[in-house]
Design a protein around this ligand. Structure first.
Ligand SMILES: Cc1cc2nc3c(=O)[nH]c(=O)nc-3n(C[C@H](O)[C@H](O)[C@H](O)COP(=O)(O)O)c2cc1C
Length: 225
């Protein structure tokens, strides 16, 4: 029997009432129903300064190492991003810049692409506006390609997102069906690529047997209910 595969869901907002965090939680439920093992990453829990090479030269922050380990451990990600002025927010850029930056002399993270290369990634967005943050998608694709990710051709933008959820936080139609399609496409690619590529951090990965290290993520990420 095939093992369930971990899906790391990454909301690009830390706002308490964030529509994208709400979408991430709804997507986690749909992903669990599709047979994946989703984890929603709460970036507010991590102490990640603005990227600065001089600061990095004094040592990569511990929470960045934790994030590298979390990103590496999941074969697939679902990025759930707001649109800020036609792009994705600096929160995501900063996290991906840190996560992709090599840690000099580190047994695992000296390879800057170790946490990102080969990931299968889906993109969702949510906005109170009519087009749902769609303009954030193209810049995100370029970022993810640069990080060596396989980006799913299925994506979805939830417009008028403040009206898109019911009282239980479930996505209403037609968004629920559209997000389910994105997740199914992601699951399909994860299963397909998973059998033909090394999963970073896997003890069976050819050419590298060490587990990613960097600390525990307790409290930072929650599995789907
Ligand atoms: C700096 C800034 C720029 C924004 N630019 C856009 C935009 O270009 N398009 C859009 O649909 N919404 C834009 N918004 C509104 C966001 O979509 C809205 O605040 C959304 O709720 C943020 O996501 P969140 O609820 O997950 O925090 C912008 C918000 C901020 C703070």
């Amino acid at each position: 029997m095939l093992e369930a595969m971990n899906l790391l869901i990454i909301p690009g907002s830390t706002r308490r009432a964030s529509l994208n965090r709400q979408l991430a939680r709804a997507a986690a439920r749909l992903a669990a129903a599709a047979g994946l093992e989703p984890t929603v990453l709460e970036l507010s829990v991590f102490d990640v300064p603005l990227y600065d090479a001089d600061l990095e030269a004094n040592g990569t922050p511990t929470d960045v190492l934790t994030l590298k380990a979390l990103f590496a451990a999941a074969p697939g990600w679902l990025v759930v991003s707001p649109e800020y002025n036609g792009s994705y927010p600096p929160l995501l850029k900063n996290v991906f810049d840190w996560v992709s930056s090599p840690v000099r002399g580190h047994p695992v993270w000296a390879d800057g692409a170790r946490a990102t290369r080969g990931k299968v990634v889906g993109v969702l967005s949510a906005s109170p506006g009519a087009v749902g943050g769609l303009r954030a998608h193209t810049p995100l694709l370029h970022l993810l390609w640069t990080l060596g990710c396989w980006v799913s051709p299925a994506a979805w933008a939830v417009g008028r997102a403040h009206e898109a959820f019911d009282a239980h936080g479930q996505l209403r139609e037609p968004d629920a069906t559209a997000v389910r399609r994105v997740i199914e496409s992601l699951a399909h690619a994860m299963w397909g690529l998973g059998s033909s590529q090394a999963v970073p951090g896997s003890s069976t990965a050819p050419g590298g047997s060490s587990e990613p290290t960097g600390g525990s993520a307790t409290g930072a990420a929650s599995s789907a209910p």
